[in-house]
Design a protein around this ligand. Sequence first.
Ligand code: ZN
Length: 286
Amino acid sequence: MADISPAVATLMTVLKDEFPGVKLDAGNNIQPGTRHTSGIALDIMLNYKNPSDAAIGRRIMAGLVKNFEAMQWSAFIFTVRNPSSSAPVHFWVRGADGTGYGGHKLEAGNYTADTRHEDHIHIDWVNFSMKNTGATYATNPYKQPPSAQRTGFDAALKIFLKTASDEEVDAILDTMFAKLPTSTPKLPTPDWARGWWKVQQEGQTYYYLIDAKSGAGWTYDRPASQATSMSNKQNSGACTFGAGGAMKISWTPLTSNVSTVETFKGQGSSLTGSSNRGGPLSAEKI
Ligand SMILES: [Zn+2]
């Protein structure tokens, strides 16, 4: 067993401050030896099936990528949903060069060997060439590489986790996930559909923002104008468009494996719609 490395300890301090409800497990006291026992790995307990965990996971992953130059982690592993099929997508993301991990830097690759990482992000600073030998290997298999001594990333990571917009998080992860089936193909949105809509259903009012590439988001916060950006986004979805003002939105499943699918039709700035989950919908362009 080794002490928790400075990099892991620093990451733990930042995450504890920012997400006090998220359990962290360095696991450096568990035998037989693993990279956890060597003090160079951390499990961040978040279940991809739980929407608030998934959202925190996205923010943390984007923060890890954004601060990679300072952190020099070796890899992390986690799971997200394929929004089209709702199936889990297991993936790993390789960081620092020369650690023995395969794959392209900061690009998520399918991780089919192991499906255990559905309830936590595993991150480590391992370098597979820095093994301990003899009896030590059984209890403490890896030496802590120089990258695991890094601590100076805490302030920037903290600021990112606290203040990054959802759009910034999404943009970082869209690049990271470019090769995986984690987003539906993004086709241009027709002009009539693009922008903010006020949507009503069963006496409730929601505000939908349709972006330029067939993405949808919704919030309870009324936008001041079409130029207002999304705040307090509740969910994301993907749109498909048909002739004569037809628009179908498939929302990401949050509490079950079934998507909410809404189908709208109408003319120009006023649509009526139906949902597989609730009552009739009306939508007015703001
Ligand atoms: Zn782990």
